[in-house]
Design a protein around this ligand. Structure first.
Ligand code: SF4
Ligand code: FES
Length: 368
């Protein structure tokens, strides 16, 4: 195993400040069992976490959820992150936002906002979100754009049900005037995994969308940076998930559990230490969950003797767990995995599936 002393601190701290959310997205990657509001860390605990993160070398703070605007103290959290010297990004549906509230968040030090869209068509967008939110998002996008010192990314999650409208979705996002656009295929964790048969794109859709994305990247170059995330069920090599386990990212869940990724709780045998009991430096360097897949001692073949093991780190541990029930296995998205065919079969069989959509079950915001 790589010595913990050689591990530099994380670059990014992802804080799921709440699992509460007014949306019920069918592709949500939150865990199926979510933290209750009563279990959430209070403002002071998050403030300490941000200070410790900056001391550990973290540069970027991502406030996410659930919906971070569901927290009444979100402006205080932003201020605490900024005071700690972190670049503060908030990932939001914009439900719960208003002109004065946005102004307060910017005044508190918000650097960047990432707004999610579900579709170009209002009825369908609301269907994938499980809530009437599309019109409000368009309204809020205009307010966000009007903020001169706030960086703006529009994020669209694509899947089989909306991919045929990719050009319209790109046009809609473009009309909002962001600096960045992220078009990401659904990643199959949490609620998205429950809906996988209905969300996995066909190979033909994937080929068309790849061409559309390439053309859009060329057209928008110099104006809007378009980042595309492909579905790894059809990939040749897996993604270097979270930049490698315990290498670049630390995630804190609403109750304060420190995790190497958002889905790590599905891996059996992992225990997660809590920011209520330990400081961030201890958690990063000593917590057993962060050690579990560092280095390459844990790897099986073909990863162990593969030259790409320092590039993708064997892919995603959670995907290996979900598909193969073995978190140490080579990610089946890799074409070198002896189980790669299993993933291809899942992808090719999906369009024939007869499942109904499962909506993320959550409680509603108490204010907006
Ligand atoms: Fe990556 Fe392992 Fe595949 Fe090599 S065998 S490309 S290290 S996942
Ligand atoms: Fe957990 Fe990829 S989502 S390692």
């Amino acid at each position: 195993m790589t010595s913990t002393q050689q591990i530099p601190g994380p670059l990014s701290l992802v804080c799921e400040v709440t699992h509460r959310c007014p949306l019920h997205c069918v592709y949500c990657s939150n865990p199926l069992v979510m933290q209750q509001a009563e279990a959430e860390l209070p403002t002071e605990a998050w403030t300490r976490v941000f200070t410790e993160a900056a001391q550990l070398g973290v540069a970027h703070l991502h406030l996410t959820g659930g919906e971070p605007l569901a927290r009444h103290d979100i402006a205080d959290l932003i201020r605490a992150g900024r005071n700690a010297g972190l670049y503060v990004n908030m990932i939001t549906s914009a439900i719960g936002l208003s002109e004065p509230r946005l102004a307060a968040l910017v005044e508190a030090g918000l650097d960047h906002i990432q707004l999610s869209l579900q579709d170009a068509d209002e009825v369908l967008a609301n269907r994938w979100a499980g809530a009437r939110t599309h019109a409000k998002k368009l309204e809020m996008a205009a307010l966000i754009k009007a903020q001169p010192h706030l960086a703006f990314t529009v994020n669209i999650v694509v899947h089989r049900q909306n991919l045929d409208r990719l050009e319209e979705m790109i046009a809609l996002a473009e009309s909002m005037g962001p600096e960045r656009m992220e078009i990401a295929h659904v990643q199959y964790y949490g609620w998205a995994l429950k809906n996988r048969d209905l969300l996995l794109p066909t190979r033909e859709q994937l080929e068309r969308s790849t061409k559309t994305l390439r053309e859009a990247q060329e057209r928008l170059a110099g104006r809007i940076h378009l980042q595309a995330v492909v579905p790894d069920y059809y990939a040749r090599y897996p993604k270097a998930c979270v930049g490698g386990w315990g290498r670049q990212l630390m995630l804190i869940d609403p109750a304060g559990r420190a995790m190497p990724c958002h889905s790590a709780s599905i891996i059996s045998g992992l225990a997660f230490d809590n920011v209520r009991d330990h400081d961030l430096a201890w958690l990063w360097h000593e917590s057993s969950a962060f050690h579990r897949f560092r280095g390459d001692d844990w790897m099986q073949e073909p990863c162990r003797s593969c030259e790409r093991k320092t590039v993708d780190f064997g892919g995603c541990r959670c995907q290996a767990m979900q598909v193969l029930d073995d978190a140490d296995a080579t990610d089946p998205a890799c074409h070198l995995s002896p189980h790669h065919e299993q993933l291809i079969k899942i992808a090719e069989a999906a369009p024939a599936g007869t499942n109904t959509l499962h909506y993320r079950t959550i409680e509603l915001l108490s204010h907006s």
